[in-house]
Ligand binder design. Sequence first.
Ligand SMILES: Cc1ncc(COP(=O)(O)O)c(C=O)c1O
Length: 470
Amino acid sequence: MSPRRPQVRELLIRIDGDAKAPLGRQVEEQLREAIRCGRLAAGEQLPSTRMLANDLAVSRGVIARAYGQLAAEGYLAVRQGANPYVAPLLSQQAQTRAQPKENGRRWRFDLRPESPDLSQFPRRQWSRSLQCALKNASDRELGYIDRCGLPQLRRELSAYLARVRGADVDPDRVLITAGSTHTLTLIGRALLRQGQTRLAFENPSHCLLHTMVRRTGLEPTGIPVDDDGLVVDKLEQSDVKCVVVSPAHQFPLGVALAPERRMQLLEWAKRSDCILVEDDYDAEFRYDRPPAECLQALEPERVVYLGSASKSLAPALRLGWAILPSSLVEPVSAELHASTLLQPSLEQLAFADFLARGEFDRHVHKMRASYQRRRDLTITALQAELPELPLRGIAAGLNLIVELPGQEQEETALRNAAAAGIAVETVTRHTLAGYCGPRGLLISFAEISEPTIPHAIRSLAQALHGQSTE
Ligand SMILES: Cc1ncc(COP(=O)(O)O)c(C=O)c1O
């Protein structure tokens, strides 16, 4: 707990008697913003309702209602007969999220699809696994270990992936990497070495994957996606030898690959002697039913399976894994060896321990329920605040799409949201040449707390409608 601090006497709150927003809402929003961006620190005591009401020349009831709302959202702690103070937990999370991002900007609400809820990272359990790793690691395990990864982690992951994703997996074909983007880079380099020049992607798909692959020297080629997922007919006309797909939950459009498309895709791979790269980046989070088993289970010698801890635990762990067809184990692991020699062993041991103790299962289970609630709240708020805009995306993952008519509307919405201190991303950011599918804003509900969702979406709606949110 943060230590209790002295009462704040001076507080910059501006009341605009001519504004449309009621006085209480003006006080509430300015206090919330001050807590979110750290101007009011955890533990700081606010003035009494009487004092603040006097200062602002409003009634005590206005201040009491604003304090009450912020207490209900978890920003303030109130005690009988004492002044409210800034609650430690939510304010610390809010401040962590409001840290300057790469462009130095502080956002009121960051709705970009980046990380999972890092405030929920299971620090205690991970710390125990790390301590066990350090205590029990053999001297050999601190040396130049197998370039494919430590056998105990490959065994634990194999058991997990067979149990949860139905994967056809043998630990000898598992490679431990620094994440899916890293694995894709290694595959790209191996393909380039085999004489390939292009790699196909769903269009749209994550722009970071395109950038990474371009840097290997391969050219990303976009294949359209419709409501049933990748349009395999177009792939067949494209003359590529390898395609990256996200069958369980397409990023960013949020569709699942339909059963007949799955079969058509596997048939294409066999007939054309091609490789599929299955990016299973957030398959842990399906809310209405279990996700379809992974494609890799059906053609293990044609499909490379990519997994990552970035959505389930935290991107900064830099933990990823691949199940490779036997023909690719040597070329892809050789690329890993040529770039980093091997991956850090203590984290691998910790992750193996974390899996073996069932902590990964427990964490995913808990977060699935939490994200489902956040998704439901986000949808309810969007339908109430922006009823004219259709939503896209199956009940899965950590984000959804608010559809807009075109690219111009996307740009205006992005600009207006940014002006109101709200960070969002557009579908267009993730497109490749020739894209002519749906446009809209990507809205992540992963990093925003349940009580904040209605407020964030209301602010977004006001920004999109061109109203002031101050
Ligand atoms: C579609 C997609 N694939 C994969 C990843 C994971 O990348 P990495 O494991 O390198 O962090 C992400 C993360 O944002 C993603 O959005």
